[in-house]
Structures are given as structure tokens and as C-alpha cells.
Write a protein of this length. Sequence first.
Length: 176
Amino acid sequence: METGSYNGRRIDFTKYAASRFNPFLFSSTIASLQGCGATALALLTGVDPALIAKMNQGPSYSDAFMLKFLRLRAFRVQALTQCNLTQATGAITSTHVLLASQFFTENEATWSVIYGGVLFHNFELSTASTLCFLNKPLLTAYLIHHPSWNLDPAPHIRRRVKTTGRGKPSGRRVQR
């Protein structure tokens, strides 16, 4: 995991918490053979892992490909570094969805998704314990969030009261 820097803004990790997360699990054995990057993205987005594999055009899934794929589908992505973790204004909890690249074997990494104490890897589930990060150290990790994971399905439609110049409500409601 990158060290990062303390020179940036403090990150409020509570904004990335998911009040409801429904992973897309594909039951086909063939789907799990598309590669760990394709299965991690399919689990998050619901896109067929075979289509993701065709888009990637190779067996390795770079961080750039993974993040671009998610951002094009309205996901918010926050890279985790040692510095932004230690100076954050909120802690990462089991309500956060993490996309992690971990060393799996010598010179080989694998992608997995972690949520609620469960580690999803190639559509297989296992318990995510602290020891899994010792045996397979983190290479990179990202907080992932999608608006559909909030209980409030449309936060951009919330109404706010328009105020007059003196901070008093004008009586009219304005929709954002």
C-alpha cells in the first residue's frame, strides 16, 4: 500500500459507507474463469465478466482499468494510503465496500472485494480476517461507493428551503 502524504485534505470515510450493498454473484464456473479483475468488477456492477474480460484484452487488470471502468458507471472511488487512513475524520468499518489488490503469489496480485467481514474472490466467499492481509499483503486498496447503495435512493432530489438575504426562509421550496 502506498504511503501517501499528509499535505492533502482530510477524508471523511463515513461518506463512503453503504447502507445496502447487493453484490452481483454469477453462479457459472465459466464466469469465475474470466479473471479476478473481471469477477471483482462484475460483482460490483452486474456487468457480465466475459464482457469485462473482452474490454480489458489481457489477463492482467491494472488499477487504471479497474478505476476507469467503475467511474464510467457512476462509482465514487477513493484510493487508500497509509497517510489518509491515519488522518481521516471517520474510520473504515464493515459497512464500507473495499476493492483490494493483494499479493497472491510471487510477483502476482489478485483483486477481491471486501464488505461486511466477507471477502469475495472469483465469486467465492470467505471470512475476511486481519490475518488474510498478513498472508496476502495489500498492494492497493480503494473505497468504492455507488449512489444506489444508500437508503436515500435520490439524494440529489432533496428539497431545500430558499432563504432571503438575511438567512430567513422565504417560504418557497426550491428543488435542486
